[in-house]
Structure formats: C-alpha cells, structure tokens
Design a protein around this ligand. Structure first.
Ligand code: HEC
Ligand code: HEC
Ligand code: HEC
Length: 367
C-alpha cells in the first residue's frame, strides 16, 4: 500500500488557488466585514443579503469557533495533550480557519472568531475584492483572479469535504465525532445565501460529493502507518457503493485494475470519477443509480456484520437523496425503517437490513 500522499485539497484551501500578490506573498484574507457594507453583501434585498444570511442563520459563522470552548472540546483536547483548542491548529484548521492563516496573509480587519467565513469558501479576497463587481468581468475572469468557482460542483465539493470528512485517527480516538460528508443533504441544510438554481441537480451533487469523500478517505487510510479498523471499514463501504454506481456504466471512468486495487489506485479513481460526474448530468443517470443501489440486498449477505453496517450507513443516505423525486408514502415508510436499522450499530442485523432493503426496492417498482 503506497503511503506517499499529501492532501492537495486541504493545502489548497489554506493557500488559495495559488494566486499570489507578487514577490511570492500569498493573497491576504480581508475578513467578513470587507463584504458587509449595505451596498455590497450586507444589504436588505435577496440579491445583497449574503452577509446577513451567513452571520445570523448559517452555523458556520457562530458555532465552529464557539465549539472549541465547550467542555466537550476541552475533553477531546486533554486526551491529545492540547491545553487550548481555540488556539491549536489541529482544531482551528476547520473550526476557526483564520487562526491558521500566516501573519503575512492577514488583512487588517479579520477576526479569528469569524469562524468559517466568506473567504474560507470563496478564497482570499485581496486579489479580487475591488474588481469582482465589474460588469465586464466574467466568471472566468473572477476565477483567474483567485476567487474560487463554487458554481462548479467539483470545486464546491472539494471546498466542503476538506472540513467535513476526515479528522484523522488520533482525533477520533480522543472522542471527536465521526464525520460523514454528503454534499447534497448538507447543501440543503446550510441556509442558502445564493439562488437555489445554483445548486444544480441533487443527484449530481450527491455523487460528486461521495466520490471526493472516497478520495479523501482513501488518502487518509493510505497515509496512516496503521490504519484504524473503523476508518478502513468506512472507506471500504464507500468504495463498495461507488463501484455499484460505476457499474451502471453512465460514466466511462475505468475502474482500477485487479481484484484488490491499492488504496492509492482507489484514491486516484475516485478523483477521476468525481470530475467525470461533475462534467455532465443526463437525468436518466439518477434513476439508474437509484435502481442499482436499491437492488443491492444480496451484498449484505456473507460479509462481516461490522462491514455490512458501514455499507448500510452510507447506503441509506444515498437512497434518501436519490429517491427524492420518485418517493411515495410506501417508499417513505420503508426508508424510515432502513434508517432505523442502519443506526443500530453495534447490534446491526444484516439479514434484517437486507430484507428491508428488498422491501424498499419493491415500493419503487413501476416508478
Ligand atoms: C473551513 C472548514 C469548513 C468548510 C470549508 C465548510 N464547513 Fe461546514 N462546518 C464546519 C464546521 C467546523 C462545522 C461544525 C460546527 C460545530 O458544530 O461546531 C460545520 C457545520 C456545517 C453544517 C451543520 C452541521 C450540522 O450537523 O448541523 C452544515 C450543513 C455544513 N457545515 C455544510 C457545509 C457545506 C455545504 C460546505 C461547503 C459549501 C461547508 N460546510 C464548508 C467547517 C467547514
Ligand atoms: C477536518 C476538520 C475538523 C477538525 C480538524 C476538527 N473538527 Fe471538530 N468538527 C468538525 C465538523 C465538520 C464538525 C461537525 C460535525 C457534525 O455536526 O456533523 C465537528 C464537530 C465537533 C464537535 C461536536 C460539536 C457538537 O456540538 O456536536 C466538537 C466538540 C469538536 N468538533 C471539537 C474539535 C476539537 C477539540 C478539535 C481539535 C482537537 C477539532 N474539533 C478538530 C470538523 C473538524
Ligand atoms: C460554507 C461555505 C460558504 C461561506 C462561508 C460563504 N459562502 Fe457564499 N457561496 C457558497 C456557495 C456554495 C455558493 C453557491 C455557488 C456560487 O454561486 O458560487 C455561494 C454563493 C455566493 C454568492 C452568489 C449568490 C448568487 O445567488 O449568485 C455570493 C454573492 C456570496 N456567496 C457571498 C458570500 C459572502 C459575502 C459570504 C460571507 C458573509 C459568504 N458568501 C460565505 C459558499 C459559501
């Protein structure tokens, strides 16, 4: 198993898109207040209220930093020998990302307590703040100036997954909650400060999100000298799920060679697959994926219960998103049952789950 990976995505998040302001200095981050004037993103109308939506409704503005001062955080920190999680890079990299910005990239007005702020997602603003409002600027101009192109679902998935999937074995063992990235559901859960049509098809967001999640988990497993059994089981479960989707043939991304490809090969495949799925979306793909996954009950037989439980955990989220356009009340009931069964770890009963999955599949017949 090759272990020569670094995480280009996390590195990219911190260093922006490689756009510099000259003399190799990184572009500075200017802080949310630079976006907040009433003629910009702090206005009243729906076109200009992004600052208000973020600061008043989006958990990213308040919770991530505040979380680092809770008793639970202190407990996790203590187990890691960290005295103050609010100033420790191992925590702030996700919960208060401005803390990890080097001095030379700090603008005058930003505050670490902003939490996950405009520039955490849209990129450091120094190189584009003034010009990005120009009427003659295209999306390509803005991207070239260093603004992250979040309308591209692959770029968006990379932005969110950097904080939402992999925390590392040491943190998990210290009591950090397991993370599970799911771009479609989590995009719906984030109060939107953008026009909803910019979300694109939900099934596409779901798939691109799962593929980048697999890439990140594979990177994590490959990097750990002794991969944690739970982490490996979760990575294997997602790999199983995406192979099912790939078998529908909708995306011509060749699977890695051999029966048991290395984690590194899976990592690379997952990235190729994410790009392919982000690139175009024939609507019939959603249906084909749902069918393939709903008909997978035999895959829960003859594997260890712990592995089956991890498959179930990913699968129910997938069915939930993919069945949305075709659901009926019978499918709803069957899906609720699946969720209950999937949540029953460590007493997961694979036989019962397989039966409930077959039942769910029947509710979709003829639709
Ligand atoms: C710089 C890191 C970072 C980035 C980038 C980021 N998030 Fe988050 N997000 C967090 C943290 C940390 C929390 C948890 C806050 C807490 O509970 O302390 C969170 C919480 C959330 C929640 C609420 C979770 C819950 O269980 O209620 C949603 C939804 C969410 N993020 C969606 C997104 C989406 C969608 C994106 C990409 C567009 C994104 N996030 C990008 C760090 C990030
Ligand atoms: C890779 C990004 C990442 C890192 C690094 C990280 N966290 Fe988190 N953390 C998250 C996200 C995302 C959530 C939200 C999980 C959810 O709601 O689904 C979270 C949730 C939590 C929660 C639970 C919050 C709640 O009320 O449910 C605590 C406590 C916490 N983190 C503390 C820490 C501490 C302490 C550190 C450093 C030792 C740390 N985190 C490092 C991303 C991260
Ligand atoms: C958690 C990540 C995240 C944070 C934090 C965030 N944004 Fe966004 N923003 C997005 C995504 C995703 C989109 C939708 C794709 C796009 O239009 O680029 C978006 C879209 C936008 C748009 C375009 C709206 C439209 O309908 O065309 C504006 C303007 C914007 N954000 C401004 C801000 C400002 C200002 C802040 C801080 C006050 C902020 N964003 C914070 C992720 C984020």
């Amino acid at each position: 198993m090759s272990k020569t990976f670094y995480n280009p995505i996390l590195a990219g998040l911190v260093l922006s898109a490689g756009v510099v302001r000259g003399a190799d200095l990184p572009a500075r981050l200017l802080g949310a207040n630079s976006c907040a004037s009433s003629s910009c993103h702090g206005g009243g109308g729906a076109e200009q209220n992004q600052f208000h939506v973020w600061s008043l409704k989006d958990v990213h503005s308040q919770r991530p930093f505040a979380t680092l001062t809770t008793a639970r955080s202190l407990q996790i920190a203590a187990a890691l020998g960290i005295s103050d999680p609010a100033t420790e890079a191992r925590c702030t990299t996700c919960h208060a990302p401005l803390q990890t910005v080097p001095t030379e990239a700090r603008g005058e007005h930003f505050q670490v307590s902003e939490g996950v702020t405009c520039e955490s997602c849209h990129g450091p603003a120094e190189t584009w703040l003034r010009a990005h409002t120009r009427q003659d600027w295209t999306r390509a101009d803005r991207t070239a100036a260093g603004m992250r192109d979040l309308q591209d679902v692959y770029v968006r998935a990379n932005t969110c997954v950097a904080c939402h999937q992999v925390v590392g074995t040491a943190l998990l063992q210290a009591g950090h909650p397991e993370l599970m990235f799911e771009l479609d559901g989590q995009s719906v859960a984030e109060p939107k400060h953008w026009r909803t049509e910019k979300n694109g098809p939900g099934a596409q967001a779901w798939l691109v999100g799962q593929a980048v999640a697999l890439r990140e988990m594979s990177w994590e497993v490959a990097r750990e000298p002794q991969p944690d059994a739970e982490q490996l089981a979760r990575q294997q479960a997602l790999w199983w799920l995406l192979q099912k989707v790939a078998a529908t043939g909708a995306w011509p991304t060749p699977l890695p060679a051999g029966n048991e490809p290395t984690v590194g090969a899976v990592q690379k495949w997952a990235d190729d697959f994410a790009r392919a799925a982000a690139n175009g979306w024939p609507e019939e793909n959603s249906r084909a994926m749902l069918k393939a996954l709903a008909n997978s009950s035999t895959d829960f037989k003859n594997i260890p219960a712990a592995a089956a439980a991890r498959r179930a955990e990913r699968l129910v989220l997938a069915l939930d998103r993919l069945a949305l356009p075709v659901k009926n009340s019978a499918a709803d009931l069957a899906l609720n049952h699946l969720f209950q069964l999937a949540q029953s770890r460590p007493d997961f009963d694979a036989g019962q789950f397989a039966a409930a999955l077959a039942e769910f599949s029947r509710t979709l017949d003829g639709r």
